[in-house]
Design a protein around this ligand. Structure first.
Ligand code: UGA
Length: 488
């Protein structure tokens, strides 16, 4: 099938490369000439597993790059819009790129096309795109608009595309739904997973993806509701982690017990310094606006955002507590990307923490396995130093802070860590280490929702009511507790 993808960011590039991998003939359009030149040369503009392999396989064969949107529209039966929808001041999604692309597509439509929203957009965008196209001269019988949200995670986006939990097709016409079903057929009939050269995924072949056909509005809501639910899981466990710290419980044990209920599940219950990235923060704000504009109440979303913001503040307090004070402290920071497996630092909680530490007068030397180039752009005036490896970052530091969940950090040689640091303090915002091993290595270790390893046993805290009962018992003031065996 002939497919066009407008926008070669994370979503567009992954979708384009994967559709080519499924055997389609794909043209990717972008207005950024530098990016196009890089892609044509096989240079991958993002750090994403398997994208370099897919570019190598299909570039110049089934995958072309152009700046000419009209040519792309003429070439394609399906045109995916995958341009950015950044947040406006009020949190609403800014749809001006989508609008301008829809107008341009309208001017170039020559025979039947399906325009597919792939970008994350608020409910009713489908109908809005249709009206923009009609008012810009496209004849109604020559196009349909459908919604096909993506559920890709950065770092595992290619595997998520090729082995999806579900494919959602929100289409109000059977013709457009049929074409989208055809585009995804190698995934839904299991033939892709059986190919000897298939990109490996987390499943055993044959893998058949489930395709869910919905209305356009339902598809739009599925995307926002999915991200909001995942963010809620993260904020929930972060709030539980704070309670664990207050009562002396261990959040990792709580997660195991909680997540073993198959109705709850283990995934997305990792406590940390809060969620970040280009999706959750933006989508939560946009979803709140959708709720408000449609006259509904959904205060839970406000709480999810509030807990997330609070989590960073709590982490900074933890660092301050571990170090006594912050001003003038030399800190090693491990991890700047918003999560592991990516070089993306957009809305990274790690970057937010670093900025706050700089404001407090700390000196930072940072290392990230993938995001060094982006970090240099984020701190152009050299506000932080960048080290070539984690041990270099730690040289002579007053503490080491772990801010991104890279597996490489969990494998650090703890004896070397202790040796490199001036003070043996590790504050781990991602719970990558086993506290017992940190203790054995002679490190003072502070993590999320677990007891500090800072020398000396900790008194188990009690609730205020329990403390009062003990006081009353000690002073002989207490009333006798009621026995359930006592006759009244
Ligand atoms: C997220 C969703 O997971 C995708 O399904 C969705 O398609 C995508 O947004 C999108 O809307 O485009 P992504 O932002 O790439 O994907 O990253 P996630 O793996 O979801 O992580 C988001 C943030 O939550 C990261 O900062 C991560 O460190 C944090 N996180 C994740 C936790 O703190 N705890 C967890 O248990 C999981």
């Amino acid at each position: 099938m002939k497919i066009g993808v407008v926008g070669s960011g994370y979503v567009g590039l992954v979708a384009g490369a994967c559709f080519a991998e499924l055997g389609h003939d794909v043209v990717l359009v972008d207005s950024d000439d530098r990016k196009l030149a890089a892609l044509r040369n096989g240079t991958c503009p993002i750090h994403e597993q398997f994208i370099p392999e897919l570019l190598e396989r299909h570039r110049g064969k089934r995958l072309d790059f152009t700046g000419d949107l009209d040519a792309c529209v003429r070439h394609s039966r399906l045109i995916f819009i995958a341009v950015g929808t950044p947040p406006k001041e009020d949190g609403d999604a800014d749809l001006s790129y989508v609008e301008s692309v829809a107008k341009d597509i309208a001017g170039a439509v020559d025979d039947y096309k399906v325009v597919v929203e792939k970008s994350t957009v608020p409910v009713y965008t489908n109908g809005w795109i249709r009206r923009i196209m009609l008012s810009n001269g496209a004849s109604p019988e020559l196009f349909d608009v459908a919604s096909n949200p993506e559920f890709l995670r950065e770092g595992s986006a290619v595997a998520d595309f090729l082995y999806p939990n579900r494919i959602v097709v929100g289409a109000d016409s059977d013709r457009s739904a049929g074409l989208l079903q055809e585009a995804y057929k190698p995934l839904t009939d299991g033939s892709y997973s059986r190919r000897s050269d298939a990109i490996p995924g987390p499943v055993t072949p044959p893998f058949r993806a489930r395709l869910i056909r919905t209305s356009a509005q339902s598809a739009e809501l599925i995307k926002h509701a999915s991200n909001a639910f995942l963010a809620m899981k993260i904020s929930f466990i972060n709030a539980v982690a704070s309670l664990c710290e207050a009562v002396g419980a261990d959040v990792e044990q709580v997660c195991e017990g909680l997540g073993s209920d198959s109705r709850i599940g283990q995934r997305f219950l990792r406590p940390g310094i809060g969620y970040g990235g280009s999706c959750f923060p933006k989508d939560l704000l946009a979803f709140r606006t959708v709720v408000r504009e449609n006259g509904c109440q959904f205060g839970l979303l406000d709480e999810v955002v509030k807990v997330n913001e609070e989590q960073r503040r709590r982490f900074l307090c933890k660092v301050k507590r571990a170090l006594g004070s912050l001003a003038g402290k030399k800190l090693a920071v491990l991890g700047l990307a918003f999560k592991n497996g990516t070089d993306d630092i957009r809305e990274s909680p790690a970057i937010a923490v670093v900025r706050e530490l700089l404001r407090e007068g700390c000196q930072i030397t940072a290392y990230d396995p993938a995001a060094m180039e982006r970090a240099a752009e984020a701190f152009p005036a050299g506000e932080i130093a960048l080290a070539p490896d984690p041990y270099e970052a730690m040289a002579g530091a007053d503490a080491c802070l772990v801010l991104t969940e890279w597996e490489d950090f969990a494998a650090l040689d703890l004896a070397r860590v202790k040796d490199r640091l001036r003070c043996p303090i590790v504050v781990d915002g991602r719970n990558l280490f086993d506290p017992a091993k940190m203790e054995a290595a002679g490190l003072n270790y502070y993590s999320i929702g677990r007891a500090d390893v800072a020398g000396g046993p900790r008194e188990v805290p009690l609730s205020a009511t329990m403390e009062r009962t003990l006081r009353d018992v000690a002073t002989g003031n207490g009333r006798q507790p009621l026995s359930p065996f006592q006759k009244s």
